[in-house]
Write a protein that binds this ligand. Structure first.
Ligand SMILES: Cc1cc2nc3c(=O)[nH]c(=O)nc-3n(C[C@H](O)[C@H](O)[C@H](O)COP(=O)(O)OP(=O)(O)OC[C@H]3O[C@@H](n4cnc5c(N)ncnc54)[C@H](O)[C@@H]3O)c2cc1C
Length: 829
């Protein structure tokens, strides 16, 4: 029978086991941590917790990443040196950290252990002196036997018992680790030297020998050395400190000084060893983690870091699956490819690092000293990139470049705000604290809400993860929420602020409007309404585990194949040509701008009307009777209103309809996923013909174009219109003003399934308002609710005057009501 995991035995209290205990407890799972040692103690050297592990830890929201920065030293530079101490290359890592969204921290292992243990909570059950020797599995539990005769059982067993894991041995047979053919010395010592700057990580590369020094803060330094030797000698290094001093005597003076300053008993000699990657880790209710699953050579510095990643992914996977065995296999499928890459990569790099081949050393050192900086930084950053919680389905690891569509939205938004806003009315006691709690949980759920867009002066924009920041919340008392929407449509997001913000409007005691504003770079109408729903749901049930919803890849990556890449572009060109020929026949007329407005001042303003009561029901009934979608009828009335505005009642107007295409992706996405999946199809629509006739023809034409997926083909052409940078939009703006599909646009949002009650709150009036920026003149966002039709006309202030916008929407409503006019009509607000 399927049942969620409630209890776990974690065997091994190293870095992997401790992180697993903290993460699993965070996920609400009971944990017993079993360690064979008589106490929880870390070996006395240091290590670096890299950006990938820091990003993974952040998803737990336990503050571990901040504690680590307090305990150690943030890594600020990475320097490659020759044995004599001269620099081959110094890399300031701030750029890499910024791209990866988190710094690396060097610290003592003991401090890392302490921070992780504290994150587990005081009431963690720990079994010491508990050396696991075997396990047995039943249908609904797994039991572990310990060397002293104890037994313990739980829903699942996590073998985090290191490179010589007993759990792994029972699963896969006991085999000796694979030798790396070099020996490592490790130590930690209070030490300072002018050659070691604060936050330094320094690697000295010699012939078959290397030395490393890391500032771990608080006056301490962690150092290591390596020497290529035979597997036998590495396994049992026979010499002591004097031998080490002799070997490094001709190296930089700080090296001799640091070895001299370290007591011999504090220097640990260990063989470098790993194991060939496994294609399956566990079975049934048993899983492996960290070195037990994938021990690796130290070259990439990822052994502990990948154990931390494992633990975080394990907890998320168990928390989000109903069945223990399935969850453990999903965890393994998520982790095996990445850890295999790290095991293989460490071995490959280790060979290069430890080589004694003089010719190869010349090439190697030449690349380090003179190689392309961007390539070097990319090779350093690759293993330190947190791949996210992963999924069986494709998900996007951050950082990643913006796709063409995302770049379009971002670039336009940089010129003038291109925002998308949702509003819901909440009746009941809703205070700012509850909204903040809901938003904090929402931020943890969505990686895109702790992401910034970085660029090189407007070029190469990319999503980079950043530390979680609170979503800004404005509190306002007002009976008129639409004024706040105007503010939200024109106020830019700060460059380093989350890409979502909130306004809590109190209209009267117990009556509130929750307004959420995002940008099209990460959200469409569906996303922003879903955010509103999620904030309230999460606020209604604060605390508890928040499983991350991994960021999906860019929309284009999920397009059906015929619409990707060059094939997509070819379709776009064919589409443009066909539409051009059609326009020559129909000669559509555009709504003309009143005054010139500079691109950067193209702010969207809102005017709105609501149709409700018997009129709305009559409209719905009339549409049902004629089998015409309400959206097509609205499109017909929009053309009618445009004809009136342009004093061209018999002309055709290009009505651009937003097609929300989540369901047409290779892997359909539901509303919980972030992103903008919205494309446009513009249809020349007659203003003067009978409305039902126009609406029927519009519906048929639109349906066949959607079926052919013309909206996706149209997106294939968006790259042609993209300004190179937000600083040079003028040419594009002229083109868009003259020919763009955004002259007269319509987005139809079905809000009928929005809940009417969340927690103790009554919820009503879900609405969306779309901004326009430079992409056009006006966008009518229509909310198709259960009791009302809301018509939110966002127009560019100045291109259209408020009076023209009001007349336009009034004409539209009159036309709409004309098809159902009855004496007992309800008021139009
Ligand atoms: C020279 C060297 C340098 C390194 N440098 C780095 C670095 O800079 N960055 C990095 O990320 N990684 C580094 N590593 C790797 C890193 O130390 C390991 O990958 C990491 O400690 C693995 O954590 P773990 O929890 O899986 O295993 P371990 O840390 O080995 O912990 C296993 C735990 O299980 C316990 N145990 C073992 N058997 C049993 C049993 N039968 N029953 C109960 N308990 C048991 C052990 O006592 C131990 O506490 C380095 C490793 C070496 C050798």
């Amino acid at each position: 029978m399927n049942s969620p995991v409630k209890s776990a035995l974690v065997v091994g209290a190293g870095i992997g086991g401790l992180t697993a205990a903290a993460a699993l407890r965070r996920a609400g799972i009971d944990v017993v941590l079993c360690e064979r040692g008589p106490e929880l103690r870390a070996a006395g050297f240091g290590l670096s917790v890299q950006s990938n592990a820091m990003n993974a830890l952040r998803t737990l929201d336990l503050g571990i990443d901040e504690e680590l920065l307090r305990a150690g030293a943030q890594a600020r530079s990475f320097t490659f040196r020759r044995p004599d101490g001269s620099d081959m290359r110094r890399v300031d890592v701030s750029g890499i950290d910024a791209e990866l969204g988190a710094p690396a921290v060097a610290l003592a292992r003991k401090d890392l252990h302490d921070v992780l243990l504290a994150a587990c909570g005081d009431d963690l059950r720990v079994e010491l002196g508990a050396e696991a020797v075997a396990f047995t599995e039943t249908a609904d539990a797994v039991q572990v036997e310990f060397a002293d005769g104890r037994t313990l059982s739980a829903d699942v067993l996590i073998g985090a018992d290191g490179i010589n894991s007993a759990i792994r041995a029972q699963l896969h047979g006991a085999e000796a680790p694979r030798p790396g053919k070099f020996v490592c010395w490790l130590a930690l010592v209070p030490f300072a030297h002018p050659a070691i700057e604060p936050g330094a990580s320094i690697h000295y590369w010699g012939r078959g020998m290397r030395f490393g020094i890391h500032d771990i803060g608080h006056g301490n330094v962690y150092w290591w050395a390596t020497l290529t030797t035979t597997a036998e000698q590495a396994a049992d290094w026979p010499h002591g400190k004097d031998d080490l001093l002799t070997r490094f005597a001709s190296w930089a003076p700080e090296i001799t000084a640091i070895i001299t300053a370290t007591p011999e008993s504090d220097i640990l000699a260990l063989p470098a060893q790993d194991r060939p990657p496994l294609t399956e880790w566990g079975s049934g209710r048993v899983a492996l983690l960290g070195d037990a699953a994938h021990p690796m050579l130290p070259s990439l510095g990822q052994g502990a870091n990948s154990a931390i990643e494992d633990a975080v992914v394990l907890a998320h996977t168990l928390a989000t699956h109903d069945d223990a065995v399935t969850a453990l296999r999903v965890y393994e499928q998520r982790r095996i490819p990445r850890t295999t890459m790290l095991v293989d990569g460490s071995r490959k790099l280790g060979r290069l690092e430890q080589t004694r081949n003089r010719a190869l050393i010349v090439v190697r050192d030449g690349f380090i000293a003179k190689g392309n900086e961007a390539k070097l930084q990319a090779s350093l950053a690759e293993p330190m990139t947190w791949p996210g919680l992963g999924d069986l389905e494709p998900v996007a690891a951050l950082p990643r470049p913006l796709s063409t569509l995302e770049r379009w939205h971002w670039t336009v938004d940089q010129v003038a705000p291109l925002h998308i806003v949702s509003r819901v009315r909440v009746t009941g006691d809703l205070d700012a604290e509850a909204v903040r709690a809901g938003m904090a949980a929402l931020t943890r759920r969505h990686p895109m809400l702790h992401t910034e867009v970085r660029s090189d002066d407007g070029r190469n924009p990319r999503f980079a993860p950043v530390a979680i920041k609170p979503i800004p919340l404005r509190e306002v008392t007002s009976e008129d929420w639409t004024t706040e929407i105007d503010t939200e449509l024109r106020t830019r997001f700060d460059a380093d602020a989350p890409l979502l913000r909130a306004t809590l409007i109190t209209a009267a005691p117990g009556i509130h409007d929750l307004v959420l504003t995002s940008t099209y770079t990460i959200a469409d109408a569906v996303t922003v309404l879903s955010f509103a729903r999620q904030v309230l749901e999460l606020a209604a049930e604060p605390g508890g585990w928040i499983a991350e919803v991994p960021a999906p890849p860019a929309p284009e990556a999920l397009f059906p194949r015929p619409f990707q890449g060059w094939r997509g572009k070819r379709k776009a060109i064919a589409r443009l040509a066909a539409d051009g020929a059609r326009d020559l026949r129909v000669k559509p007329v555009r709504v003309r701008a009143g005054t010139e407005v500079a691109p950067a001042r193209r702010f969207t303003k809102l005017t709105r009307r609501v149709v409700d009561g018997t009129e709305y029901q009559a409209l719905l009934a009339a549409c049902a009777e004629r089998d015409v979608p309400l959206s097509s009828l609205v499109a017909a009335t929009l053309a009618r209103a445009a004809g009136n505005d342009a004093a061209a009642p018999q002309a055709h107007f290009p009505v651009g309809v937003s097609v929300l295409f989540r369901e047409q992706l290779e892997r359909p996405l539901d509303a919980i996923h972030t992103g903008a999946y919205q494309a446009m199809i513009a249809l020349p629509t007659p203003a003067g013909q009978p409305l039902w006739q126009t609406a029927t023809a519009f519906a048929t034409d639109l349906a066949s174009r959607i079926e052919q997926r013309q909206h996706l083909a149209n997106l294939g052409g968006i790259g042609f219109m993209l300004p190179k940078t937000p600083a040079q939009p003028d040419k594009v703006v002229s083109l868009l003003d003259a020919r763009g599909p955004g002259n007269l646009c319509l987005t139809f949002v079905d809000t009928r399934d929005f809940p009417t009650r969340i927690g103790n709150w009554e919820v009503s009036g879900p609405e969306v308002v779309s901004g326009m920026s430079i992409s056009g003149l006006m966008m009518l966002t229509v909310g198709h609710g259960t009791d009302a039709l809301s018509l939110n006309l966002g127009y560019i202030d100045g291109l259209l005057s408020p009076e023209r916008a009001d007349t336009l929407i009034d004409t539209l409503v009159d036309a709409l009501l004309s098809v159902v006019s009855t004496p007992e009509v309800a008021a139009v607000h």
